[in-house]
Design a protein around this ligand. Structure first.
Ligand code: IPE
Ligand code: IPE
Ligand code: MG
Length: 245
């Protein structure tokens, strides 16, 4: 960690919120003649290292895509591994991240009956334990899909309208935001997708409206905090325009 090179970074202009699509675990394992699940296991070190890097440079929000609503279509073995892995990871890292001042969130459909109850309990405990922390907001997008997040918000707002608590004219972007999975999550400034794939795969659809994208050709298990810093340096070299001329 001491050799993290931040010389290319403008520490005054660290993005508020970075989202990461941690992709390439299966290919990493395949390259080594291993089962796909070995790639997921190896990805934990990358995630932990990036969280430490985020703390070091003062990033406020880091959202990582750990399981998509579409990932249920993988083999039963892989899905089961990912469910247990999420739970184990919390057991191993929760207290350490808590001591470092990390506030942990889980964005996604946590009520899904396919998620083991023990996993749901671990996620809830981690959120409660770390709720007062303020150094880094680490959001696990778990059983997360951008469309499902927006559908849920629309459903809640429709409910408020049906009971007369609001009138349709009151529905605006702020009200939508208030009904998202993590209402105080700021817009994503930068979205990183590893492994060379260049697509959003239903991640942070609302929050990424004006995000910059970086697609490093690194498989997720090989990604380290220095790569995160390099992606942020690339982000800082971009000119964001927000529709202005
Ligand atoms: C990303 O790696 C991790 C999850 C989707 C859980 P993949 O498992 O998608 O790895 P590739 O894309 O098959 O290499
Ligand atoms: C997105 O990666 C989901 C996660 C990283 C958890 P996928 O590997 O599932 O996405 P596609 O299927 O290649 O679009
Ligand atoms: Mg993939």
């Amino acid at each position: 960690m001491d050799d993290l090179d931040t010389s290319r970074l403008d520490l005054e202009r660290i993005p508020h919120h970075v989202g990461v699509i941690m992709d390439g675990n299966g290919r990493w394992a395949g390259d080594r003649g291993l089962e796909r699940t070995a790639g997921h296991a190896a990805g934990e070190a990358a995630l932990y290292d990036c969280a430490l890097g985020a703390l070091e440079i003062g990033l406020e929000w880091l959202t990582v895509f750990t399981f998509s609503t579409e990932n249920w279509s993988r083999s039963a073995e892989e899905v089961q591994f990912l469910m247990l892995f999420n739970e184990d990871l919390l057991g191993r890292r929760r207290d350490d991240l808590h001591e470092r001042g990390v506030r942990m969130f889980f964005a996604g459909d946590l009520d899904d009956p396919r998620i083991p109850q023990s996993n749901k309990d671990r996620m809830r405990e981690a959120m409660e334990l770390t709720s007062a922390n303020r150094r880094l907001n680490l959001v696990f997008a778990f059983n997360y899909g951008g469309r499902s997040e927006l559908v849920r918000a629309a459903r809640e707002i429709a409910g408020l309208s049906a009971t007369g608590e609001i009138i349709p004219e009151e529905v605006d972007a702020d009200l939508m935001q208030a009904h998202l999975a993590v209402p105080d999550m700021p817009d994503a400034d930068l979205i990183i997708r590893t492994s060379g794939e260049q697509r959003i795969s239903n991640f942070l659809l609302w929050q990424s409206a004006y995000a910059e994208y970086v697609f490093p050709e690194i498989l997720w298990p090989d990604f380290r905090q220095q790569d995160l810093v390099d992606c942020i340096a690339e982000y800082q070299s971009r000119k964001r325009r927000f529709g202005r001329a």
